[in-house]
Design a protein around this ligand. Structure first.
Ligand code: FES
Length: 139
């Protein structure tokens, strides 16, 4: 269980695998369930991003839309101030303050967001991913 206070404002992000609260089993065994949680200043969020946040925390799929690597880095953006999610495979960068839009690199699509809520002091998922997770095949 992750509580809002487990995350520091401004990062670093935490990687997590959502579990079913009743059975405590990961929803399914797929690595596609890996998510990134990060707590940031909500003044920097665009309106849509704010709607997915709970207690200034955002959740995104950790699976890069380029070739499916885990997006594991939290690094200074190549072309802007501030840190962004960075994929170590081919250096795609995603800005979590703006719906994980692509700000650098070859990724073709932003990372799907996962809407969050706080229930009894714990972070829970309040809806499905906003887009399809992972790499989409052409056609
Ligand atoms: S797999 Fe992430 S940039 Fe290529």
């Amino acid at each position: 269980m992750i509580k809002p206070d487990d995350l520091a404002l401004g990062g670093p992000p935490v990687h997590a695998w959502p579990r079913d609260p009743k059975s405590a089993v990961i929803r399914d065994g797929s690595r596609l369930n890996e998510i990134i949680l990060v707590k940031l200043d909500p003044n920097d969020f665009d309106e849509e991003t704010r709607s997915f946040a709970a207690d200034n925390i955002l959740a995104y799929s950790a699976i890069c839309t380029h070739a499916g690597c885990s997006v594991t880095e939290w690094a200074k953006a190549t072309n802007a101030d501030g840190n962004v999610f960075k994929c170590p495979c081919h250096n795609s960068e995603f800005d979590p303050r703006h719906g994980a839009e692509i700000v650098f690199g070859p990724a073709p699509r932003r990372l799907p967001a996962l809407p969050l809520a706080i229930v009894d002091g714990a972070l829970v998922i309040s809806g499905p991913f906003t887009r399809k997770v992972g790499v989409l095949s052409a056609g």
